[in-house]
Write a new protein. Sequence first.
Length: 167
Amino acid sequence: MPPIPGPEEDPDAPRVPVTIERALAALAMAAICLVTFGNVVVRYFTNVSFAFTEEYAIFLMVVMTFLGSAAAVAADRHIRITALVDRLPRAWRRWTDVAAWTSALIMFAVIIWYGGRLTYDQWRFEETSPGLGNPQWLYTVWMPVLAGVVALRVLGRIVRLLRRRRA
């Protein structure tokens, strides 16, 4: 992936670099590969599967997804369909972008709210994970936390769009 320009080179670039999100997402992906590879090797040689590896792999997949989303939002490399928007006048395109990002911000706020409530309920009722019996909230707490990271990146994108001069 090419380097992301900084604010001094591109006024539309994020002020906070995405290096942390990228590094943590890569670390999560590497951990998924190691856990899964370990399970395959053990299953091949012993004919027994490590059931707990699936629990960790799913948790790491959620972490990787949210961190990747944050990096994509910050770099303005998210998936979008612009067939209609590209035909609009420049000023309208800007406002449709603001509306779309505001919708994304609302969605991540909902994830933060309901993810936080789910985490609290799992903590309160002492739910445990099915594979290892760990407290379930230890896995779930990262959903609202990382949704908050993505929401901050979305908010930064909205601010940059609103500051952009009409050209």
